[in-house]
Design a protein around this ligand. Structure first.
Ligand code: A3P
Length: 314
């Protein structure tokens, strides 16, 4: 359902006809809206979200670029905020399928039904999204809700997306050369691109308003998961987390733990997508298996150019 263009309103159809459009990597046709490339369906999700979503001060919104640690972050924050409701070893938070239901995807849930009942979520409401800072619904920016942003090394993110794309859109990607995909990635011309604007918008928002936006990286918790959990807990104001609880959450949310569960190996999301597509290698620096040195250099040059002076290092 990332790719199918369905249920468009007349207003969206009119807007689409006025937007720049291109054929692209992973999709047949994409459209540029508020600086970013989208499929028609994703665009409809954003517009519906901007129109209908009313943030509450107590909301927690997890934001990522695709393939940057969404699955991990969802499990971790769900475990953290619900640790007094469910035992942390509870299977409820381990399933990718469950987390898709328990942590609604802002944009997609609303796309499926503008009447999606957010009130069914217990407080604090936990949601996730790939929407850029610029395109967030106004109420998310004006309320006191909290945003946790997770970014990932762009080469690992590209490689993860490359492999995911083959499962997600086999027909569109079957003959797509990796050199052309790297070029599209570095030009920012792919769904959700450009990746650097997404990262930088949230990075500067976190510097300007550290009580509103917390910026973490996929690599940091891989090395020091316990510290990241404490940092997130402090930011969300969810009390002191004991060492024992931290250890339990680290173990529960690890790649090994989540990916080895039968429900994640064999299950399907409500959209029909196989949950195992979300678990591949979960490595830092795993890009070396897929990218040649020269392709890695192309991405490195883009990273250097786009992140220069930002204080962000990859
Ligand atoms: P790889 O393709 O490099 O293995 P997202 O959840 O944003 O779609 O990102 C998917 C990436 O996160 C995949 O990376 C996947 O293997 C990895 N991943 C999934 N669960 C994880 C976990 N619990 N801990 C660390 N990485 C995880």
């Amino acid at each position: 359902d990332y790719l199918r263009d369905e249920n468009l309103t007349q207003k969206t159809k009119d807007l689409i006809s006025s937007l720049p459009s291109e054929k692209g990597w992973l999709v047949c046709q994409m459209y540029q809206f508020q600086g970013r490339w989208h499929t028609q369906a994703l665009l409809q999700g954003i517009l519906t979200c901007q129109k209908h979503f009313e943030a509450k001060d107590s909301d927690i919104i997890l934001v990522t670029n695709p393939k940057s640690g969404t699955t991990w972050l969802k499990a971790l924050v769900f475990a953290l905020i619900n640790r007094h409701k469910f035992p942390v070893y509870s299977v409820i938070i381990l399933s990718c399928y469950q987390s898709a239901l328990l942590v609604p995807f802002l944009g997609r849930s609303l796309l499926r039904s503008p009447d999606f009942d957010f009130s069914q979520l217990s407080s604090p409401r936990l949601m996730n999204t790939h929407i850029s800072h610029l395109s967030l619904p106004e109420s998310v920016k004006s309320s006191s809700c909290k945003i946790v942003y997770c970014c990932r090394n762009p080469k690992d993110m590209f490689v993860s997306l490359w492999h995911f794309g083959k499962k997600l859109a086999p027909e569109e990607t079957a003959d797509y050369p990796i050199e052309k995909a790297v070029e599209a990635f570095c030009q920012g011309k792919f769904i959700g691109g450009p990746f650097w604007d997404h990262v930088l918008e949230y990075w500067y928002a976190s510097l300007e308003n550290p009580n509103k936006v917390l910026f973490v990286s996929y690599e940091e918790p891989k090395k020091k998961t316990g510290e990241t959990i404490k940092r997130i807990a402090e930011f969300l104001g969810c009390g002191l987390v004991g060492e024992e609880e931290v250890r339990a959450i680290v173990k529960l949310c690890s790649f090994e733990s989540l990916s080895s569960l039968e429900v994640n190996r064999e299950g399907k999301l409500p959209s029909g997508m196989e949950t195992r597509a979300f678990f591949r290698k979960g490595e830092v620096g795993g890009w070396r298996d897929t990218l040649t040195e020269s392709l890695a250099e192309v991405i490195d040059r883009t990273i250097e150019e786009k992140f220069q002076g930002s204080g962000l290092k990859f």
